[in-house]
Design a protein around this ligand. Structure first.
Ligand code: ATP
Ligand code: MG
Length: 564
């Protein structure tokens, strides 16, 4: 097997099998896919699955993937979304080259095809009010009823349709419907709407149109125009496939694409409905589409999630045909795995407790060599200042430690990472009895963190030099929803987690963190992965926690292995 085909087999799934079979049987000469977002919101982690699939298979099979905006509903679409979507697809690592398209590029052609259906007696203008039309469509057990306009003569249909285009009628006055089968078991074939009147300016076509095609009428024909070979979409479109095919069968399209469906991504504790995400933004439940708690690509990026981790995650969940819900811990796991390999290690104290090293000379300081990434020798080392006054994590000290607490306690010796062994000599409290300072001594012979006499300590702790540290705010994020299945019992807003952000404002960071770049995560030793927030650009350092170190998913897997 060639290296290339070995790689293809490695990530095999039913979509790739279909494509390989089509290529082998010469049903298509090359693979052409498309990612078709509607520009009515930002892309989220669910879209990432579709992007990785569409662009991924095109790459793997030497074909191409188009970015096509499904811009058929100007009432909800905006240029800002078009821009954000392009930025986010690029960020994820994909490139459509010069294959950027819009359903609106085809409005003229689609309109001409609609007239063609009218001329062929396969479409009619219906004046039935929308509410009534809905009830007349019947149910799964009852056939639909014919509209009194169903048998309108061709000439009258054509005249009315042209006048619809000319702007003679108000919104909702009439629609164009395909004439298919009112008794069909598939509701989508019960004379679906092809065009509706909408006197709304379009981000691209301006006021040229006042009637717009429906998704169903635009999608397959756009695929055919672009000579898409494999039109990959989510399962909810399975029932639309007969309609997709009906249009292609009944119109003189230049090519014959095929639609295949795969399972949508669902994640626990996460909402991936654009309608709900829009509501969260509009009503200020989050700070914007790029709020680090949002499942949007912009939010993940701001939180410090690297695009490689998103791609790794999509690869790990695989491409199935059956719907399922993925544990959000699996996403965090992918982020952590990737960052563990690439993130620089730094020291930061989130809840500082002051430590004074009594036998360290006042005014003196020194620099200690620290490894940047134990997983990557090429990341090198850095120098971290040490001095008489330090901060350690408040949680790393207990005055009356229980049996299994191995960190600092009165009289106990611990290691400060890459620095010295210190021993706690005295605990200083304020009037309220809270510990506010520790007086310690250090052993100068343990420089670098090892005792020449081989004596051991039970804990290694992170620290920063008080005089050299950078003050920062660190934002810890918790799931935006309190339920694994937000909205399951009704109102999704009532499942919002009131404590999804915890802002710690008195944090202290080692000086090297002044060079950290916005969006690039580093590991704060023993705490997790963090990256500077764009809010830092106003001067004061603000960091976001990308993900903690505790790996819930690894535990789930380990428990599964133990049970097998
Ligand atoms: P809506 O159509 O309700 O506005 P949508 O999430 O389907 O929302 P689109 O912009 O139409 O938004 O989606 C673009 C593409 O991404 C579609 O092909 C869709 O099937 C796919 N997609 C959307 N959500 C998911 C998801 N959760 N998992 C996988 N693919 C998805
Ligand atoms: Mg959609």
């Amino acid at each position: 097997m060639s290296e290339e085909s070995a790689e293809r087999t490695a990530g095999r799934d039913f979509v790739r099998d279909i494509i390989q079979a089509d290529l082998d049987a010469k049903r298509c000469a090359e693979v052409v896919t498309r990612f078709p977002p509607e520009p009515n919101g930002y892309l989220h982690i669910g879209h990432a699955k579709s992007i990785c699939l569409n662009f991924g298979v095109a790459q793997e099979f030497g074909g191409r993937c188009h970015l096509r905006f499904d811009d058929t509903n100007p009432a909800k679409e905006e240029q800002a979304y078009i821009d954000a979507i392009q930025r986010d697809v690029r960020w994820l690592g994909y490139d459509w080259g010069n294959h950027l398209f819009h359903a609106s590029d085809y409005f003229e052609q689609l309109y001409a095809w609609a007239e063609r259906l009218i001329q062929d007696g396969k479409a009619y203008v219906d004046d039935t009010p929308l509410e009534q039309m809905r009830t007349m469509r019947g149910t799964l057990t009852e056939p639909g009823q014919a509209s009194v306009y169903r048998d309108r003569p061709v000439a009258e249909n054509l005249d009315l349709f042209r006048r619809m285009r000319a702007g003679e009628f108000p919104n909702g006055a009439r629609v164009l419907r395909a004439k298919i089968d009112l008794a069909s078991g598939n509701m989508n074939l019960r004379d679906p709407v092809l065009y509706r009147i909408l006197h709304v300016a379009h981000p691209r076509t301006g006021t040229a149109w006042c009637l717009y095609p429906t998704y169903d009428f635009a999608h397959g024909q756009s695929d055919a125009i672009e000579r898409i070979t494999h039109s990959l979409c989510t399962l909810e479109f399975e029932d639309h496939r007969p309609l997709y095919d009906w249009f292609l069968d009944n119109l003189p399209v230049p090519a014959r694409p095929r639609q295949y469906e795969f399972a949508r991504l669902n994640l626990t504790y996460t909402v991936l409905s654009k309608r709900t995400l829009t509501e969260l933004v509009r009503h200020g439940h989050v700070s914007g589409w790029d709020d680090p708690r949002m499942p949007t690509l912009a939010g993940l990026r701001r939180r410090g999630v690297p695009p490689e981790a998103v791609r790794d995650f999509v690869r790990a969940i695989g491409m199935a045909r059956a719907n399922s819900v993925v544990d959000v811990a699996m996403f965090d796991h992918a982020v952590r795995e990737h960052l563990n390999k690439v993130a620089l290690r730094r020291m930061a104290v989130l809840r500082p407790l002051k430590v004074v090293i009594e036998n360290y000379p006042e005014g003196q300081s020194e620099e200690l060599e620290c490894v940047n990434n134990p997983e990557d020798a090429s990341a090198g080392t850095r120098r971290v200042p040490f001095s008489r006054e330090l901060y350690i994590e408040h949680d790393d000290f207990l005055e009356n430690p229980p049996k299994k607490f191995f960190r600092l306690a009165p009289g106990r010796e611990v290691r400060l990472r890459s620095a010295y062994f210190i021993t706690c000599r005295e605990v200083i409290k304020n009037a309220a009895g809270t510990v506010v300072e520790l007086r310690c001594t250090y052993d100068p012979a343990t420089r670098g963190g090892n005792a020449p006499d081989g004596r051991k300590v039970q804990a290694t702790m992170h620290w920063v030099s008080a005089r050299h540290a950078i003050a920062a705010e660190v934002r810890l994020y918790h799931p935006l929803f309190t339920r694994p299945d937000p909205g399951a019992t009704g109102d999704v807003l009532s499942d919002l987690n009131p404590q999804s952000v915890e802002a710690l404002s008195a944090c202290r960071l080692e000086p090297a963190l002044a060079q950290a770049s916005v969006g690039v995560a580093v590991q704060f030793e023993r705490l997790g992965y963090f990256c500077p927030d764009p809010d830092s650009e106003s001067g004061r350092a603000v960091f976001n926690r990308t993900v903690g170190l505790r790996d819930a998913w690894a535990r789930v897997q380990a428990a599964g292995a133990a049970n097998r």
